[in-house]
Design a protein around this ligand. Structure first.
Ligand code: CA
Ligand code: CA
Length: 369
């Protein structure tokens, strides 16, 4: 019991980090205290629960207009492929880029120092893996996720029904808006009284790192390294906060599914969604990749560390071992006041067995799949 509780606390911490990973480079710096949304504390094995009972892609200019035009062109192409079971992939031509930032939104996350990194060419899913895709994987393999084995997963309180909330006596001390919900898993994102029937094209959630690896392996793919993910996120732009530039809402438009309003009490849903959104609901970046920031956090293959060499690196893969895995991009729960991690350089962590209602993934491969 105690172990489970500790695990939950840890997961909650991780989830918080996920939620928080929403930062940047040139926009005004994140407000003090913006470092903790609680998602990094959601590890199944650590935290402390309160009251626990137990491309050759061309480099684009940084103007929103050009970004938007290219994004919309790619979006219209992608819509036609939506019926295909496996994600469409785009080739990301290899090259050098500055990974990290010298103006970290959340210094404690190890966003800096910036370092010159080269990555080889690779292919990347243009979208987060969806419930429909994960469902086909489960149908074909009878795979059981870790959240299903544990019997619970972390869910943000704000999206739970009153019935489910009334049955929960635990909370994560450092992030009380994260609740361990019995029966919550990818099929039941907010617990047993919820389902994915009307969310088959949303990102699959409540998947652990091992679950993500299993799915990618099934499609002959793998998880991206953090370097691959960040290079892809930047979409050919240099020293920019977001995949589309430095302004969060160019010309008043939303470019990602994030949180508007006061976190964690009121989400206005100004961008159209208070929870996850169907994949590809917002413009793609210069490489044709959707939802790199926002919607669902995305697992990477790297172990977590906040210490980075400043020497030039070639296809870095992170530390050889660790306790947490790196996740990137932030989620629909990210707000600048609390989780400034919806920036390409931002990062957060979760233990590999963690799962939560805002954490998903996408896959990469060396060859076209
Ligand atoms: Ca939103
Ligand atoms: Ca995402």
């Amino acid at each position: 019991m105690v172990l489970r509780c500790l695990v939950w606390l840890f997961i909650i911490g991780c989830v918080s980090k996920v939620l928080c990973s929403c930062g940047a480079q040139s926009e005004p710096t994140a407000p003090q205290g913006a470092a903790s949304c609680g998602c990094e504390k959601l590890k199944r094995a650590a935290a402390a629960v309160d009251g626990a009972e137990e491309q050759t892609a061309s480099v684009l200019t940084d103007t929103a207009g050009k970004y938007s035009r290219v994004a919309n062109e790619r979006a219209s192409q992608a819509q036609g492929d939506e019926r295909e079971l496996h994600s469409q992939m785009v080739q990301i031509s290899g090259g050098e880029f500055l990974m990290g930032t010298d103006n970290p939104g959340i210094p404690a996350d190890g966003e800096g120092p910036p370092r010159l990194v080269h990555v080889d060419s690779f292919y990347m899913d243009i979208q987060e893996v969806t419930n429909r895709q994960f469902q086909s994987f489960v149908h074909a393999t009878a795979y059981v996720t870790e959240a299903e084995k544990f019997g619970d997963s972390f869910v943000f309180e704000g999206i739970l029904s009153e019935t489910v909330k009334s049955q929960i006596t635990q909370a994560v001390a450092a992030a009380p808006w994260w609740l361990p919900v019995k029966g919550a898993n990818w099929r039941h994102p907010e617990g047993l009284d919820s389902n994915i029937t009307d969310r088959l094209d949303h990102p699959v959630l409540h998947v652990s790192w091992a679950d993500a690896v299993a799915y990618c392996s099934w499609t002959n793919k793998k998880l991206p390294t953090e370097a691959e993910w960040e290079y892809a996120c930047r979409g050919g732009l240099k020293d920019r906060l977001y995949p589309w530039g430095n302004k969060l809402n160019p010309k008043g438009q939303h470019y990602a599914n994030l949180w508007q309003g006061d976190f964690p009490n009121h989400n206005t849903g100004e961008d159209g969604y208070v929870k996850s959104s169907p994949v590809m609901s917002f413009p793609a970046n210069g490489f044709g990749l959707y939802d790199m920031v926002g919607n669902a956090w995305e697992w990477t293959s790297d172990w977590w560390t906040v210490h980075h060499t400043t020497e030039q690196q070639d296809n870095p893969k992170g530390p050889p071992s660790g306790t947490d895995k790196v996740k990137k991009g932030g989620s629909y729960m990210c707000h600048k006041s609390y989780c400034y991690r919806y920036r390409c350089a931002a990062r957060s962590q979760n233990s590999p067995d963690s799962s939560a209602s805002n954490l998903g993934f996408r896959c990469v491969s060396r060859e076209q799949r």
